[in-house]
Write a protein that binds this ligand. Structure first.
Ligand code: HH2
Length: 283
């Protein structure tokens, strides 16, 4: 059974894993401003661990559609104090960043995983990963960039395009000497895709698994959940009211072979997965 090799931990993926989101940002789409200072972000880390998170994912730059880029010094100031403490919590620490300077700085602090929505396309990012002996990495598919991705989403069948992109990104990283056991792939739900394309990526997730890497998916509170829930006469529910739909999507993703789900609502997701495992492992 597969495992994800990271700086300090080999994460056993025989059991699906829950990655809890810690946004140290003023403007994230669903929880912006709630954990924007280091002390409250750290309290949130501890809360997510009590709720059963297997991995923490700490980010200092929102990638919501239309979000502005955060200057390097600002992202470092947001993320480093939290990562410095979080690496003492006895749990794998992932950092959600696209900037090579942030990657290098958090690896120096002992971070276990780099989660990059740009799939290491920024100059210097792949070198940072290749220059480290062991960190794990999540390569995500994004069409265009956060400023423009929803103004002009992808055209056509997203599934083979996402698969090809991810396979090429993983191969390019291996060509730099990074072992495949350090790599996890993510279709990038909501990143430059239409609602129909996002759900096709869930319905046909087996096509992505054919690449042969563990899959991480992030449906949590995203607008496609809101779109699915929306009745014809009502407005879509706001992000914090998309919890049940998000749990349903996470569960379906796991049922279809995803090994890691990136979520805001750890307690609810852990509970749903416990029921899933009860059936899967005993009957
Ligand atoms: N989604 C978001 C951010 N990072 N990383 C991966 N690997 N996969 C995802 O689907 C993903 C991600 C967006 O969600 P969130 O962090 O809650 O919002 P924001 O970017 O506004 O901070």
């Amino acid at each position: 059974m597969s495992c994800w090799k990271t700086t300090r931990y080999e994460i056993d993926l025989a059991r699906p894993r829950v990655m809890g989101i810690v946004n140290v940002t003023p403007d994230s789409f669903s929880d912006g401003g709630r954990h924007a200072d280091a002390a409250s972000a750290l309290r949130h880390c501890e809360q997510l661990l009590r709720e059963g998170a297997d991995i923490l994912d700490i980010g200092g730059e929102s990638t919501r559609p239309g979000s502005p880029a955060v200057p390097l010094h600002e992202e470092l100031a947001r993320v480093l104090p939290v990562v410095r403490e979080a690496v003492g919590l006895n749990v794998p620490v992932s950092v959600d960043t696209a900037k090579p300077e942030v990657m290098a700085a958090v690896l120096d602090l002992g971070a276990d995983i780099l989660n990059d929505v740009w799939a290491l396309r920024r100059p210097g990012a792949a070198e940072v990963v290749a220059g480290h002996p062991a960190c794990g990495v999540c390569l995500m598919h994004m069409h265009r960039d956060p400023q423009t991705m929803q103004a002009a989403p992808m055209a056509g069948d997203a599934v083979p395009q996402v698969l090809l992109f991810l396979e090429q990104a993983a191969q390019a990283l291996q060509a730099r000497g990074v072992h495949r056991s350090r790599i996890v792939l993510d279709p990038g739900i909501g990143f430059g895709k239409t609602v129909a394309q996002n759900f096709a990526l869930l319905a046909r997730q087996d096509e992505l698994l054919a690449a042969g890497y563990p899959l991480l998916v992030g449906w949590s509170r995203k607008s496609s959940i809101g779109a699915a829930v929306q009745g014809s006469a009502t407005a879509p529910p706001p992000p914090e009211a998309r919890v049940a739909g998000s749990v349903a999507a996470a569960l379906m993703a796991v049922e279809r072979g995803a090994r890691i789900v990136r979520v805001h609502d750890v307690r609810e997701t852990v509970q749903a997965l416990a029921v899933w495992r009860q059936v899967r492992e005993n009957y």
